[in-house]
Every structure is written in C-alpha cells, then in structure tokens.
Design a protein around this ligand. Sequence first.
Ligand code: CTP
Length: 424
Amino acid sequence: MAMCLTRNAKGDMMNGKRILLVIGGGIAAMKAPQLIRLLRAEGAAVTPVLTQAGAQFTTAMTVSVLAGEAAQAGLWDIASEAEIGHIQLSRNADLVVVAPATADLLAKMAHGLADDLASTLLLATDKRVLVAPAMNVRMWHHPATQRNLRTLRDDGILFVGPEDGDMACGEFGTGRMSEPEAIVAAIREELAPPAPLKLLPESQVRSGALAGRHVIVTSGPTHEPIDPVRYIANRSSGAQGTAIAAALRDMGARVSFVTGPAEVAPPEGVTVIRVQTARQMRDAVEAALPADAAVMAAAVADWRIKNSWAKKMKKDGSGKPPSLEMTENPDILAWVSQAGARRPRLVVGFAAETNDVVAHATDKRLRKGCDWIVANDVSEGTGIMGGSENAVTVITEDGPEEWPRMAKNAVARKLAQKIAGVIG
Ligand code: CTP
C-alpha cells in the first residue's frame, strides 16, 4: 500500500523535535514503522535504535527508510560511534521513547544494565524517557516485572500502556502495547510546553505577595516509638511539604516548618522545628501560632504504641511475638481547624488516598473542618509517594479542582499562589 507523509490536524506540534526511538524485541515491534510514520507526519525527527531482538521483528531497512535516517544498532559499530557516539545520540534527542519496551528491557533499565546500544543509551541519557511496555500477561504480572515497574516509576520514567487485550501468544490480559496513535498522543503531551501555571510575575514573587505573613507548614512522616530502637513510620519523603515551604518563602512569607524525620532536607530561609512524634508535632504547631495560614502536609501517624517500652524489647524464648497495643494520635489538622480565636485564617490539609480520592477527601474536609484539602492518589503504581511528581485535586468550598500531573515544585508554586490569593 502506497503511503505518503502528510501533516495532520495536529500540525507542527512536534516540529523541530527529535525522538530517539528504541525498538525492543517483541511482536509489537511490528507497530514501530507505523509509529515512525505518525511521528514524522507531525514534524518530528526520529532516530531509530534497534535492539538485536527488535531486529528480528522489524527490519533496519524498514525503520531507516521511514525515519529518513539510518537505524542505529550496534554499540561496537566503529563508523557510527565515530560519527555520533552512543552518548551523543540521546543528547540530541528531546525525548527517548522505548516501544515496545519488553520485560527484559525494563529489567535492564531498572537495574542499570548496559550491554548493548539501547540499554547503554538508556543508562547514559539525561532526557525524559517514555516507555510503551509490551509483553505476555504472565510476564507483566510477575512480581519481578512489577518490582521493576515500581523502580522505574520512582526513577521518573514515563509510561504509556500497556492495554488489555488478546495477545499474539493466544492469551488474554494486560500486556498489549498501546496503539501507535496512543503512543504519539503521550509523546505529544510530553513535548508540549508545560500548561501555564499562572505563576506570578517574577517581580511580584520577589517583592513578596506574602510579605509580613506567617505560615506554618508541617511536613514529612512522624516516627512513633515502640522501644528505644524501633518505631512505626510511613513512606512520606517530605518532598511536597518542603517544596511548599520553599514556595511560600519565595513569596515573602515567614515560614515555621515543622518537620518529622524526612528524607528531604528542609529548605533554607525558614524556621525549622524538628520533631519525631505526632504529639511533638502538635505541640510545635501550637507553639508556632498565631499564623495567617497553616498547611498540614505531614503524613502524621494515626496511631502510636500505647505503652512504648523504655528498654529494648527482648525475645523471651517462648517464640511468641509481643502484642502491641495502639492508641490514636491527636489529629493536628482537626485540632488547628478548631482552634477558635487562634485558628489561622486559612487551614489547608492534605489527603493521601488510594481509592475514591475525591469522595474521601471531600468528606475529610468537612470532618476535619479545614478550608481546603489537597488530595492525591498514593496507590501503588502512581509513583507519587516518594516520587518527584504529584497529581492533586484541590477541594475547596466550591468543590473539586483537578490540577494536571506536574512536578511537586510546580504544585507548591501553584498552591502558594492560591494561598496568596486569600491571605496575601
Ligand atoms: N493529619 C494530622 N494529624 C493526624 C492525622 C492526619 O494533622 N493525626 C493531617 C495530615 O497532615 C493531612 C490530613 O490530616 O493534612 C489528612 O491526613 P490523612 O492521613 O490522609 O487522613 P487521616 O486523618 O489518616 O484519615 P483517614 O484515616 O480517614 O485516611
């Protein structure tokens, strides 16, 4: 069938952009030529890289002709290494795309292996990487693959698909590579300029829309002791709370930053109050009042051990584990929301949910009595807890407001601006 390259309605969206396309070895590699066609039709330049297995399913000739440039394949090809070099390949790219991304390629990426051109450039690149997984359903669900996916998401790798459907092997389930059109849509989204965040003009940020305002920010996890050497904790890194404190500081606010033992260092230029437990956090928040606003981003432990041991618990030889009796911690957000005359004008809570996010968060806002709830989905696979990005819905008295997924720093800036709209 004759095919000519035409610009489609999306026009020049990708004009001048270069995609480094790694084609892994799976039956879905047959869709790579169509993917290249669509990308070129939108104005993108495509440099194809074939793994050895990829070359079994589509040919270097086909992808080179469609891309209009030679497919790269070998790490040990002196000619191409002298001309471009495997490091240079990704330097020239705006986005690295792996389609199909086989279980093997994903495993290599997760473990930092580099034994061929594709895996080497994936390890060497500092560009964003979008993967379109494709594999048998059992391989997809295998704990090893799922573990690798978690690692890759934490590393900031972007995903499109896979989809559910019939597999080439005759089975049905998750593992089909997304169609080229869906991959192109994901690429388009990645290459599009970031959605305007309606950031304040630089001048206003410097002059300080929040100058003279005092904001309390809680952040990080709390550690609830079991005995002197053991504690109960959670996976919060403190990244989002730290970014919010920095954004408020940038807008001129005086920030009291009450932090549990977080992975992320507190920002400079704020008053840091370090605590371990929920009760210490509550006391620190109380001591920091009065404030114009409070942003409770901490992942406070809901429970603590009722009678923690003063000395290290020892095995008694009976083989019976100790039973730990727990009791509820003070709810700092609910408490500050109901602090009467000492209540900050604006109280912002967070809701980390794994299902029915908006419904739970809407209920939480009313139950705790705060003004806004910043809700996010922390279920496994979103890569949000401990990751660098966040996708939040801000619930105010006007209802839910969904923000696009963006860097935690960008969420912080946008939230700081929204806060300035009330107390600035
Ligand atoms: N929070 C708090 N003190 C607590 C528990 C939570 O201040 N003891 C705050 C958090 O900082 C966050 C908000 O309450 O701003 C919601 O936290 P989350 O853990 O999502 O809610 P929970 O109170 O644990 O409610 P649930 O058990 O229903 O999820």
